[in-house]
Design a protein around this ligand. Structure first.
Ligand code: ADP
Ligand code: ZN
Ligand code: ZN
Length: 747
């Protein structure tokens, strides 16, 4: 029997049913090629990618690749593709999507056509230099407009047609006439869409590192010189100068001819961080964030692909840009939840960074003042090297954190949500012209609206979630789907007037501040005030430049900000997260309090932080007060071990959603039964919760049922899950199954 050589092709189709390799006769195609292949019964020509070569399993019906369209992936990126699909139990289609240029899969015909560069017409000088002078004088007499055009073009040789016509005060037809005469040529050329081009930055020299910084930089460079993988966990207190460490380590990598990726949480991609990198590496830096248009993203990606970029700074998806020969990947604020994607593929950018560093023999640097319990655990086990920076730059003191017991405020007759203590401190700051940051983890005005006569509560009809009251437009809004109605004046259920708002959001905090301190200037930063392009930047610049007295905000203000004139931070409701239904609630609360307090006292003055709580004895609150990471970790890891939660296990959240609740239920039960049986057969330890309606049992009109699976390690359960999900999928086309490993939220 003859053995036929073939190429293994994945097809551009999102369905799990075709999520595998198909064999084709190569016809000149090789690994990484973008190909066009006949597919399915009708042999419809379909886009695909060759991800391997080998021997065909069934040789008789083998089809042939129609055409090769170009290279899409190199070997390393094919490995990354396979890793993503395995690790997150997703499809080739989803994994490929994040490795291709931005917009590549948005084309309607299902081809990876790519978004493409923006091209504009340029005019090129094409007249004969020898005779040009005399020809120009002829033109001046007969066609003055044409003469003006040629006069300019003879000096610059090349110019976009739009500028040329503007400068010579004429129209495109003049330029076209000149083209006919052979004086110039018009040709399209790609131009870059780069929003940062306009941002003036002067190139700055590296700062003189402190001893603590020096030690970390030297160690990192020594590992890079040995050209091997190593994970470093850098725990540096807030204000210790971690950014300077990244900058100098990256500088050394670039000097060695290698490249770097700096991942930052989306919300801390402030101009501050971008500027620091732009001012050191100039136009060798590409910056990625969600505020960019598709075109701008494509252009940045394209420059990376053309090897014109040394340093990429961006949010989690920047880890997938096609940078070659990486020397270091830095994950700033590595404890941040936003590194975990909540859309398919539901990857963790920290894990992806580790995979990429291993394959590049590069350094992975995870940095934070409050490392995630998972990373700290790995460091203690020796998987990562722990490096510490214990002092703030210039030996500035860490802020003094004070805890205020809000129960006592009530008994003192204080019904506002600012304790007397906090009010005094704000007063002091106003007098001294120092700035204050107030943090509340809730936007809007009131968190819910309900009737005191009959108990009616305003809920979103599509989501089973309480509506939030927004005062500025007098609306009730669903924060999940955007559903909006006018606020009630009377109860829709019993007509009583006793329908009232409860709870507090940032909008109300700002209003109350204005009542108590009418002389103070305030600015608010949350999802509602940062919808416009660059609005995030503008608020922060205004706060800094115009010396606004008080900044009120949500999570957005907790990290990355470095304002020397901020000496007071108030955490208004520390308990809000502490008692949420999440095994990570304690960890998240500790991190948030430490980070937000870390915004205070970065300049010459001693920083103060006031934490308001109803549970001052809670160990998370006391650890936050003492800024004792060690004590926090010791307690937390003991609890996790006792109840077998990550890092001692993996949690897998499976959600089935759809419009027909019976189908939803039937499908989740099918997945559940089949998974239990198979895991049992293979002797894998696991435990189940559910299937039940998810805590948020409906979103945008789709019912949601949930199955929570806890297992020792998800390595062994992946293939079982992939199979059961594929089997179940056949039930009903409207149903969606999502599978999330160690998710941020199981709601
Ligand atoms: P972190 O990210 O660790 O919270 P930053 O990187 O924001 O700290 O640094 C805190 C402040 O100290 C910044 O204003 C920074 O410019 C300054 N700084 C850090 N290192 C140095 C240095 N070696 N020389 C001068 N200033 C420094
Ligand atoms: Zn009522
Ligand atoms: Zn809704």
């Amino acid at each position: 029997m003859s053995v036929t050589h073939c190429v293994k092709v994945i097809i551009n189709n999102p369905s799990r049913q075709v999520d595998r390799c198909f064999d084709y006769i190569g016809n000149g195609a090789s690994e990484g090629d973008h190909v066009l292949v006949p597919f399915g019964k009708g042999n419809k020509l379909t886009d695909g990618v060759v991800i391997g070569e080998g021997e065909a399993e069934y040789t008789d019906k083998l089809k042939t690749v129609e055409r090769v369209k170009g290279k899409l992936l190199d070997k390393r990126r094919i490995e990354l593709l396979n890793w993503l699909r395995e690790k997150y139990v997703c499809t080739y289609y989803d994994s490929l999507r994040i490795l291709l240029p931005p917009g590549a899969m948005s084309s309607k015909n299902g081809a990876y056509e790519g978004f493409g560069n923006r091209k504009i017409n340029f005019a090129y000088f094409a007249a004969d230099e020898e005779t040009f002078d005399s020809e120009l004088s002829v033109l001046e007499l007969k066609a003055p407009a044409q003469a003006r055009v040629m006069d300019i073009l003879s000096q610059v040789k090349k110019m976009p047609v739009v500028y040329l016509t503007e400068m010579s005060q004429t129209t495109v037809s003049t330029v076209k006439a000149l083209e006919k005469k052979g004086f110039l040529k018009i040709e399209p050329e790609a131009v870059e869409r780069n929003p940062f081009k306009e941002m003036p930055v002067e190139i700055k020299k590296d700062l003189n590192p402190t001893d603590e910084q020096r030690a970390v930089i030297d160690y990192t460079v020594s590992v890079m010189k040995e050209n091997r993988y190593e994970g470093i966990l850098l725990r540096g207190v807030t204000g210790s100068g971690k950014t300077e460490v990244y900058l100098q380590a990256v500088r050394e990598a670039v000097n060695m001819g290698r490249k770097a990726i700096i991942l930052v949480p989306e919300i801390s991609l402030t101009p501050q961080m971008s500027k620091r990198f732009l001012s050191r590496f100039g136009d060798r830096v590409a910056i990625f964030h969600s505020g960019l248009s598709m075109g701008e993203r494509f252009d940045a990606w394209d420059k990376i692909n053309k090897n014109e970029i040394d340093v990429v700074v961006g949010a989690r998806s920047a880890v997938f840009t096609p940078l070659e020969n990486i020397g270091i990947i830095v994950v700033d604020e590595e404890h941040e939840a936003s590194y975990k994607s909540d859309m398919s593929p539901r990857y963790d950018a920290r894990e992806a960074a580790e995979f990429i560093c291993r394959s590049n023999n590069a350094v992975l640097m995870l940095a934070s003042a409050t490392p995630s319990v998972k990373s700290a655990y790995k460091a203690l086990k020796g998987e990562y090297t722990l490096k510490q920076m214990k002092n703030r730059y210039n030996n500035v003191n860490l802020p003094l954190v004070d805890v205020v017991d809000m129960r006592l405020e009530l008994s003192k007759g204080n019904r506002s949500f600012f304790s007397f203590r906090l009010q005094d401190e704000i007063e002091k700051n106003l007098k001294n012209k120092e700035q204050t940051i107030l943090f509340l983890n809730r936007r809007g005005f009131a968190t819910f609206v309900s009737c005191r006569a009959c108990g009616f509560a305003a809920k979103c009809p599509d989501c089973n979630i309480a509506l939030t009251y927004h005062k500025y437009d007098n609306n009730l809004v669903c924060h999940y789907c955007g559903y909006t109605i006018k606020n009630y004046t009377t109860c829709p259920s019993c007509n009583s007037k006793f329908i009232k708002q409860f709870g507090v959001g940032t909008e109300k905090v700002e209003e109350e501040i204005k009542n108590i301190f009418p002389q103070a200037t305030t600015i608010r930063m949350d999802v509602d005030t940062t919808r416009g392009k660059m609005s995030h930047q503008k608020i922060l610049e205004k706060f800094e430049n115009e010396k606004i007295d008080i900044l009120v905000g949500t999570q957005m203000i907790t990290k990355g900000l470095d304002f020397p004139n901020v000496s007071l931070v108030g955490v208004l409701a520390a308990d809000m997260m502490l008692y949420s239904d999440d095994y990570q609630a304690g960890e998240k609360t500790f991190q948030l309090i430490t980070q937000v307090c870390g915004r205070a006292g970065r300049g010459a003055k001693q920083g103060r932080a006031i934490v308001q709580t109803y549970s001052p004895q809670h160990r998370i609150i006391t650890c936050s007060k003492n800024q004792d990471y060690g004590e926090f970790y010791k307690n937390e890891i003991a609890v996790r071990k006792k109840i077998m939660y990550p890092p001692f296990s993996d949690i897998i959240n499976i959600i089935v959603s759809g419009e027909n609740v019976r189908n939803v239920r039937e499908m989740i039960c099918k997945i559940s039964d089949e998974t239990k049986t198979k895991l049992g057969e293979e002797n894998i330890y696991f435990s189940f919760a559910g299937p039940n309606p998810a805590p948020i049992s409906k979103i945008s009109g789709r019912y949601r049922w949930r199955l929570l699976l806890k297992c020792e390690s998800c390595e062994k359960v992946r293939s079982v899950l992939r199979q059961t999900v594929i089997n179940a999928k056949k039930l009903d086309d409207d149903l969606t199954v999502t599978l999330d490993i160690n998710p941020n939220s199981v709601l």
